[in-house]
Design a protein around this ligand. Structure first.
Ligand SMILES: [Fe+2]
Length: 289
């Protein structure tokens, strides 16, 4: 069993943590050790972590459970990931897990029951539907209670996986606004240089092009701080959702991969991403179903 220390006990009292614990127990290298640092950030350390220079991982995003046929779509994605012709090291959900219009608690339980069928460990980053502006305080506490922390570092056998809460603009006031760059900095300092570092977050930091207009997200100053930090720590990729589209941008020399959603919203066909990390470079396949 994972061993909770430094005030992480609450993490193990909820149903989702049981799911998480079971998922983490699937690590081939042995049992993980859970450590919580002062900021409430949770870090998983596998018992042994041989660096992997060639591995596969999958991404699902924007499942928006509780709306349309999105649970059914998720079930199909789970079946497809489980029957891929390659073993994946882990799966990451990059947010908008539930739809903000739905009963979030029920939708979350229904969706997690489906994800439990995945053969692989799953990590979660929150989306703006999971932590909406009008329920910021309550929803962020709910997310932390379910998943341990809004942002965390998981040291898997193949990669340092950072799942980052990255949309401070949604916070209700400056006092409660999180500092994603500061949190990222603290997590990056805990990474092991032998492992490639992957940053997963809901919002891309680059602009959003729709209706023939580029809609700005992060300020130029914040973008350049984020880029400098990622470059300094040799982040291999920043991997996002949110746009419900398939895009590639660059953050300095680092690719920013934006995956299309599972959800039906905007008339999208369900899909997931399969990534291949090989010799320091990442390529991907998008499977539609
Ligand atoms: Fe979304």
């Amino acid at each position: 069993m994972p061993r909770p220390i430094h005030g992480a006990e609450n993490y193990f009292t909820c149903a989702a943590s049981k799911f998480y614990r079971e998922a983490s127990m699937k690590f081939p290298s042995g049992m993980p050790l859970l450590v919580a640092i002062a900021a409430g950030v949770i870090v998983w350390f596998p018992a042994s972590a041989p660096a992997g220079s060639d591995f596969w991982f999958a991404q699902i995003t924007d499942t928006h459970w509780g709306k349309d046929d999105n649970l059914e779509r998720t079930k199909k994605a789970v079946g497809a990931i489980n029957s891929l012709p390659v073993e994946v090291a882990f799966v990451v959900h990059t947010g908008d897990i539930t739809d903000r219009s739905a009963n979030g608690a029920v939708a979350l339980e229904n969706g997690l029951a489906i994800l439990k069928e995945l053969k692989y460990p799953v990590y979660f980053a929150p989306g703006n539907n999971d932590i909406p502006k009008n329920r910021f305080k309550e929803a962020s506490a709910d997310f932390a209670a379910k998943f341990g922390s809004l942002s965390k570092l998981s040291l898997t056998p193949h990669a340092a996986v950072i799942t980052l809460f990255d949309f401070p603009g949604e916070a209700v006031d400056a006092k409660t606004a999180p500092d994603p760059i500061g949190v990222l900095d603290s997590l990056l300092k805990l990474t092991n240089r032998d492992l490639p570092v992957l940053v997963f977050q809901h919002f891309p930091i680059t602009d959003d092009l729709f209706d023939q207009i580029f809609h700005g997200g992060w300020s130029a100053q914040r973008k350049s701080k984020f880029a400098a930090l990622c470059e300094e720590h040799h982040v291999a990729a920043v991997i996002c959702g949110h746009f419900h589209r398939d895009e590639l941008n660059w953050i300095g020399t680092i690719p920013e991969f934006i995956a299309p959603p599972i959800a039906a919203k905007m008339g999208r066909q369900a899909s997931f991403r399969l990534y291949h990390f090989e010799n320091g470079r990442i390529s991907y396949f998008t499977e539609y179903f």
